[in-house]
Design a protein around this ligand. Structure first.
Ligand SMILES: [Fe+2]
Ligand SMILES: [Fe+2]
Length: 245
């Protein structure tokens, strides 16, 4: 189903509950009655075209938001990516950690199994924190500056100095996936650890990890296919404008 501005938001959730975190990420609260996308976006001051691209991309794997997002201001996409970071770090990962702490094995191996799982989880969480913090502190603010200066008619000397030191091209070369160690975490549970006593918690953990994986993959796709190429195009034009290599 293609979600349009006339689609009721309640219908969207009934049809695909996986979209709930995306909707809350935009700051939309429940209790929206029969309001459609257009009315909700107006109420929360959300750019409707951006919302529709994101929600459709999450709803349908074959829907590609790339072309349309490339034509929207980077500032909007970056602010959404920031909210996704918060969701990964402050909601999803603490939740998975809490579930892991509830796992129990009756055997004497309880302690050993828990510590194996914890070790992998802590390592994974550390990687995600480092990755997201670097983007939040270094990359995203630089990209916002690029867009701001790209839209200015006058050259800004402070930005010229910044451009001498930094480049989105360099970030693009080293930008990696957030998901590599999630595969290890999944495999430990699926393949290697003996079954826990509380199988319902194991099931929940796996569901959470698969959900997070999809969310992070879409996140990285937006970075790699929208934010980075558009910022690089702007950066190259600015370098020409400044006569910088
Ligand atoms: Fe990111
Ligand atoms: Fe990233």
């Amino acid at each position: 189903m293609l979600i349009t501005k006339k689609t009721k938001l309640a219908e969207v959730i009934h049809q695909n509950y996986h979209l709930i975190p995306i909707i809350t990420r935009f700051g939309i609260n429940f209790g929206f009655g029969d309001k459609n996308v257009e009315q909700i976006c107006e109420k929360y001051d959300i750019r409707q075209d951006f919302f529709l691209e994101i929600i459709n991309a999450f709803n349908d794997e074959d829907y590609s938001p790339i072309n349309k997002l490339q034509n929207l201001p980077l500032e909007i996409t970056v602010s959404y990516l920031l909210k996704s970071h918060q969701y990964f770090n402050k909601v999803k990962l603490p939740h998975i950690e809490n579930l892991i702490s509830k796992l129990e094995w009756t055997s004497a191996e309880n302690k050993k199994n828990k510590s194996i799982l914890n070790k992998f989880f802590i390592q994974y969480r550390k990687e995600v924190t480092e990755h997201t913090l670097h983007e939040e502190n270094e990359v995203y603010p630089f990209i916002i500056e690029i867009e701001k200066n790209y839209n200015l008619s006058q050259n800004n000397i402070d930005f010229y100095r910044l451009l001498e030191k930094k480049s989105v091209i360099k970030y693009a070369e080293t930008h990696d996936e957030l998901n590599t160690s999630l595969l290890d975490l999944k495999n430990i549970i699926i393949k290697y650890l003996p079954p826990s006593d509380n199988i319902d918690i194991t099931e929940q953990i796996l569901n959470e990890i698969f959900d997070l994986e999809k969310d992070m993959k879409d996140h990285t796709d937006i970075e790699n296919s929208v934010v980075i190429p558009v910022a690089i195009k702007m950066e190259n034009k600015l370098r020409k404008r400044f006569n910088l290599k």
